[in-house]
Design a protein around this ligand. Structure first.
Ligand SMILES: Cc1ncc(COP(=O)(O)O)c(C=O)c1O
Length: 444
């Protein structure tokens, strides 16, 4: 906004010299470096893990004094989300792989994936012998339903919608596309555990969903994941595939009688220690999310006054999990200058400063930053799955330029982590730094 009367930035702040030009920074203390679930770990987790260790029963199916923690966690997590079935697994990557196996994905099929994702999403498709097909994103920074529709071919088996950086995809519109074309919809909720859209939890919009409890996530057991579904058939297949390829009876013994569950296991079982930990973390999840959402909401509200700064479109702000703030600028040069200036004002974590970067620095979250995808490498050294006869003719373009909307957004946007432990003073400092940088660099 170029008109003085519309500019509500604090004058005193605005007239200060930027730290990057030798002025006094807004703050000298680094922002907290936080892993949300870890930050909230306390005596409850220690007690749960200690109790489990005392039982000396670490395996979910048998032990000296079996506690059935993984089974209890599955029931509690399913209940929290509002789904019928959950299979706890040892990672989010494992959850994606188990979900694709349950869905029967294989050579000759294409799976649509977003330009903004995590490497594991593409890896899971490739490891199943199918072809990942990139679709572009929109201003939600998640899949653009129109691009999804345009990417569908006669080989498309399904769509993986990834709720990125805490906020939701336009999942209802994507659900419509999937239904119209009779495609499966797999929701990747690794970065958005506990979020919702119009009061419905993410993870319940598709046929099946994958979660991660790796250490960066909203709740954590260091490593861990979960597959959830309302479909009994998918659940039974997921359950078999996460284990040894077969069902188990009520006592945890392998059961070979069902001819449909004579599959191949992936060995992604979760252990009891993590099961015990996750039960405690799940109880803390609402508080963790509330903290992050409240901080992010307050910062976003303040930034709305600075009209040269565009905010990520939120499909449902009330269901945001709040862990990242994304702001977009007119051009890449401006985004870079704003980011450098904000960092100089002290809007950066320590010791790792990766929480406030231009998105092109955001590593394996960007399709063109994934070397094995761009180069179409294969673990067998013979071109699997790209060279399979069944996959001949599929679109396999992954170099920068394939998804122009995403390319533009990545270059012009900054991603800032929002810890769950931000104080009001921290929030004030972030707002003040944006206002100061805005006044000096953007407002004319
Ligand atoms: C969107 C997304 N999907 C899947 C994963 C994989 O989870 P994990 O690290 O538990 O294997 C991650 C991890 O960061 C992720 O961000």
């Amino acid at each position: 906004m170029r008109h003085e009367e519309n500019l509500t930035v604090d004058r005193e702040v605005a007239n200060q010299q930027l730290a990057i030009r030798g002025g006094k920074p807004v703050r000298t203390k680094a922002l907290p470096l936080e892993f949300p679930g870890v930050h909230h770990m306390g005596k409850e987790e220690i007690e749960a893990v200690t109790r489990l260790l005392r039982s000396r029963s670490l395996f979910r199916y048998y032990g000296i004094d079996l506690q059935e923690e993984v089974e209890a966690f599955e029931a509690e997590f399913a209940d929290y989300l509002g789904v019928t079935y959950a299979v706890a697994v040892s990672s989010g990557t494992g959850a994606l792989n188990v979900a694709l196996s349950a869905l029967g994905v294989g050579p000759g099929q294409e799976v649509i994936i977003p330009a903004y994702l995590w490497v594991s999403v593409a890896a899971a498709v490739v490891n199943h012998g199918a072809i990942p097909v990139l679709a572009d994103i929109d201003d939600t920074f998640c899949l653009d339903p129109k691009s999804v529709e345009a990417s569908i071919t006669s080989r498309t088996a399904g769509i993986i919608v990834v709720h990125m950086s805490g906020a939701p995809a336009d999942v209802k519109a994507i659900q419509q596309v999937a239904r119209r074309h009779k495609l499966f919809l797999l929701e990747d909720c690794a970065q958005r555990n506990g979020g919702s859209v119009d009061g419905q939890r993410v993870g319940t919009f598709g046929d099946v969903a994958a979660f991660s409890f790796q250490m960066n996530k909203n709740m954590t057991s260091g490593e861990g994941g979960c597959v959830v579904t309302n479909d009994l058939g998918l659940y039974r297949r997921a359950f078999a595939c996460h284990d040894l390829g077969y069902a188990r009876d009520d006592q945890g013994h392998l059961a070979f009688s069902d001819p449909d569950l004579c599959l191949w296991g992936k060995g992604y079982r979760l252990d009891e220690l993590r099961g015990a930990l996750l039960r405690v973390q799940l109880r803390k999840l609402p508080q963790i999310i509330n903290n992050m959402r409240r901080s992010k909401c307050r910062i976003r509200e303040a930034l709305k006054r600075l009209s040269e700064i565009r905010l990520r479109r939120m499909v449902d702000p009330a269901g945001d999990t709040g862990c990242f703030l994304i702001t977009t600028y007119a051009d890449p040069e401006t985004a870079k200058r704003v980011n450098e200036a904000l960092r100089a004002e002290g809007i950066v974590t320590s010791p790792q400063g990766v929480s406030n970067v231009v998105m092109t620095e955001w590593g394996l979250h960007l399709y063109y930053n994934i070397p094995s995808l761009v180069k179409r490498t294969s673990v067998d050294g013979h071109g699997f799955p790209w060279s399979l006869q069944e996959n001949a003719g599929s679109r396999t373009q992954y170099a920068k330029g394939t998804c122009p909307v995403a390319d533009g957004l990545f270059e012009r946007s900054i991603i800032l982590a929002i810890p769950s432990s931000l104080t009001e003073q921290d929030e004030d400092d972030i707002i003040q730094a944006f206002e100061k940088v805005y006044r000096a660099l953007l407002w004319r």
